[in-house]
Design a protein. Sequence first.
Length: 142
Amino acid sequence: MKEPLTTYFKGGFLGAFILIIIMYGMKLMGLAGDPGFIKVYHITFVDTLTFMDHNLASLLFAISGGIWGVIFRIIPEPEPLKGLLFGLLPSLWVWTAVAIYTGTPLFYGFTFPGIVKPLFFNCLIWGTFIGWFVSTNSRIDL
């Protein structure tokens, strides 16, 4: 029997929250700049970014992770490996739709970071997390 949609949404939301922590951790350590979702928020909503804008952009990113989690419901018998493979879909979304929206070349110009970062974040971290979360039928109240 399939888990309720809320389980999938929570898994996707929490997976995105983990990504937010990792991305800002990388920024604080000087390994990366602002997370990519900040550029999308900036283009869509505001001219200058404030601390509150970072919070709102992060919340919207986490909600989008939840929506991708609901889409993950189409996968029968979810597990971490299937989540990892499903992460290719949001990666493809980043390489195409997000790239076009932000004025970046498709597939981020096929640069190594442009290809590897979406795979790392969407497949290895987010995808395996949601696969694990749903497969273990975890109940975490937000």
